[in-house]
Design a binder for this molecule. Sequence first.
Ligand SMILES: NC(=O)c1ccc[n+]([C@@H]2O[C@H](COP(=O)([O-])OP(=O)(O)OC[C@H]3O[C@@H](n4cnc5c(N)ncnc54)[C@H](OP(=O)(O)O)[C@@H]3O)[C@@H](O)[C@H]2O)c1
Length: 231
Amino acid sequence: MSVNGKTVLVTGASRGLGRAVAEAFLRAGARVLALGRDPDAMAATRAALDGIGGAFEMVPMDVRDEEKVTACIADLDRLDVLVNNAGIAAVRPFIETPTQELRDILDVNVIAAFVVMREAVKKMLATGGGHVINIASDAAIRGIGRMAPYVASKHALLGIGRSVSLELRQHGIRVTTFCPGPITTDIMGTGTANPDALPPDELAKMIVHLAGLPPEIDTQELLIQPAPRWR
Ligand SMILES: NC(=O)c1ccc[n+]([C@@H]2O[C@H](COP(=O)([O-])OP(=O)(O)OC[C@H]3O[C@@H](n4cnc5c(N)ncnc54)[C@H](OP(=O)(O)O)[C@@H]3O)[C@@H](O)[C@H]2O)c1
């Protein structure tokens, strides 16, 4: 199977892993609808990806805006793959973490991801099935000091994915929870990318490969870590 001609929705595609995923699907011949928020980052991504050719559209969207998200997905003629990627993170000692920071992280990483996924699954059920790839983190299966809200959000996303997968696999919906370790992006702020972390382009190719697997292969959870350097 291939993703050529498939309709793919990528959230948080203005930069980082989401942008790499949108690009990789576009290069593989998919029709890509990319959602983003920051106007400058979106303009840069649009300029870069428009040059590839193919069916690419970038739409401004805060994934916390349930009404807008619902309308956007309802408007699609079909949806084959959702890459539920938009996410935020924060690092802070536990006893200094304001309750609001926990709420903010859960709002994007869990509640918005839940809503996008639910609306996407409705569309997929109406058009013959599909594949949801939730971008969690290795933080979905372990703790990280000074990141309790983020870790809580990724554990929750894994739990949602496991549950929805059980409920909907007999209806042609596959759910993959993708759990990478650190990635070379600016999620912690501009200029913070760790060069020894996982390269977004390689992860994006893995995600395209997963989405192109035949329907009888159900990849439920994938843990990916940077290998230790060999030299
Ligand atoms: N970087 C890592 O080390 C790492 C490791 C494991 C998992 N992950 C996960 O990978 C995913 C992508 O992270 P990344 O490293 O690529 O981070 P990034 O470079 O900071 O990109 C995050 C993306 O999410 C979007 N986003 C955040 N809040 C949003 C909102 N409310 N509405 C719409 N879009 C929103 C951002 O859009 P704007 O910039 O346009 O606002 C941006 O496009 C996240 O789910 C993250 O948790 C990251």
